[in-house]
Ligand binder design. Structure first.
Ligand SMILES: Nc1ncnc2c1ncn2[C@@H]1O[C@H](COP(=O)(O)OP(=O)(O)OP(=O)(O)O)[C@@H](O)[C@H]1O
Ligand SMILES: [Mg+2]
Length: 325
């Protein structure tokens, strides 16, 4: 593998006694779409601010393309950060907000105009270039901020919750378009999100953080299917936990099968349907089985179970994930 674009080496950042970022080592490859996930306050924004140069590490080093960034001010780093609280210039029109980074790069007027149009189309704000930010909805403002961040095509783009203010449908569309754009332009993205689906659908790799530390890094499917501990398993989707004499294991709801007759599967429990929630493509069942509450997700359209039905819950040995505490 070629040298990584970004390399965190044992980076720590303290605020008082508390380490917001605690001994983080992480590599991000050029052209990668990398997502940071974790609960509120776990250090995601701080990690990004360290890379952008708005914070300095108390320990460790950050390298960009092999160069130590210590002492390099933010504006000298080929990194652009779109902040969680997207600050648009209130006195500038939408178009001039989007053009801002392009002007700073000294691009020609015609090129800037074309690029602004292209970016506004990408975020579905065609025709709104003449408005001022206070004439836009929250979701529209966020899309202007995204267009402004993308317009100069920075080599490394840091996006802190870039889609939090968008409604679900628009967010899902934008996620895939962002992915396509990133791939086409060969950019490197580091994105922070609270939304596990967003991380999984967009990222080549993701990192799950907890109290300043990175707990697990890997491609979404690997982290989802082989989480190392209960925290990661529960953070990235739902999981049924089983405590045994030799530790804790987990089974994802979609790996749980339901049947009326006793199955032959490796794991099985008789139970009763306590709740059924129809979600279109699948139905989620809550099953009371042997004194525990289990969740099972089944594709809709097959044999539907009703609340009160007696059922068997079963799972194959391959569905069992071994989880550290
Ligand atoms: N300038 C600061 N001074 C003191 N404490 C800070 C400062 N910035 C961040 N912190 C603390 O560091 C921890 C990590 O904050 P950070 O903003 O990185 O979290 P986050 O993961 O981005 O959370 P969220 O998902 O809520 O945005 C928090 O406990 C926060 O209170
Ligand atoms: Mg944050």
């Amino acid at each position: 593998m070629s040298a990584p674009l970004v390399r965190f080496e044992g980076v720590t950042r303290r605020f008082g006694a508390e380490a917001a970022v605690d001994d983080v080592s992480l590599e991000i490859a050029e052209g990668e779409f990398f997502a940071l996930l974790g609960p509120s306050g776990c250090g995601k924004t701080t990690l990004m601010r360290l890379l952008a140069g708005f914070e300095a590490p108390d320990a460790g080093r950050i390298l960009l393309a092999g160069e130590d960034l210590a002492g390099v001010p933010p504006h000298r780093r080929p990194v652009h950060m779109m902040f969680q609280a997207y600050a648009l210039f209130p006195h500038l029109s939408v178009a001039r907000n989007v053009a801002f980074g392009l002007k700073a790069q000294g691009r020609a007027r015609a090129e800037i105009d074309a690029r602004v149009e292209e970016m506004l189309a990408l975020v579905k704000l065609e025709g709104l270039g003449g408005r001022k930010p206070d004439q836009l909805s929250g979701g529209q403002k966020q899309r202007v901020a995204l267009a402004r961040a993308l317009a100069p095509a920075p080599k490394l783009l840091l996006l802190d919750e870039p889609m939090a203010a968008l409604d679900r449908k628009l967010r899902e569309e934008t996620q895939l378009e962002l992915r396509t754009l990133q791939r086409q332009l060969g950019l490197t993205f580091l994105i922070v999100t609270h939304d596990q689906d967003e991380a999984m659908v967009t990222a080549d790799r993701l990192a799950v953080m907890r109290t300043g530390r990175i707990v697990q890094v890997g491609p979404p499917a690997e982290v989802y299917e082989r989480p190392i501990d209960r925290f990661v398993a529960g953070f990235l989707g739902e999981v049924n936990l089983f405590e045994g004499p030799d530790g804790c294991t987990g089974v994802r709801p979609e790996r749980m099968a339901l049947s009326r007759a006793e199955p032959k599967a490796a794991g099985r429990l008789p139970g009763k349907v306590a709740e059924a929630g129809y979600l279109g493509d699948r139905t989620v069942y809550v099953i009371e089985a042997a004194g525990r509450t289990l969740r099972a997700a089944q594709p809709s359209g097959g044999d539907a179970f009703r609340v009160g039905d007696a059922v068997w819950v079963s799972w194959p040995a391959t569905a069992v994930m071994r989880l550290a505490e």
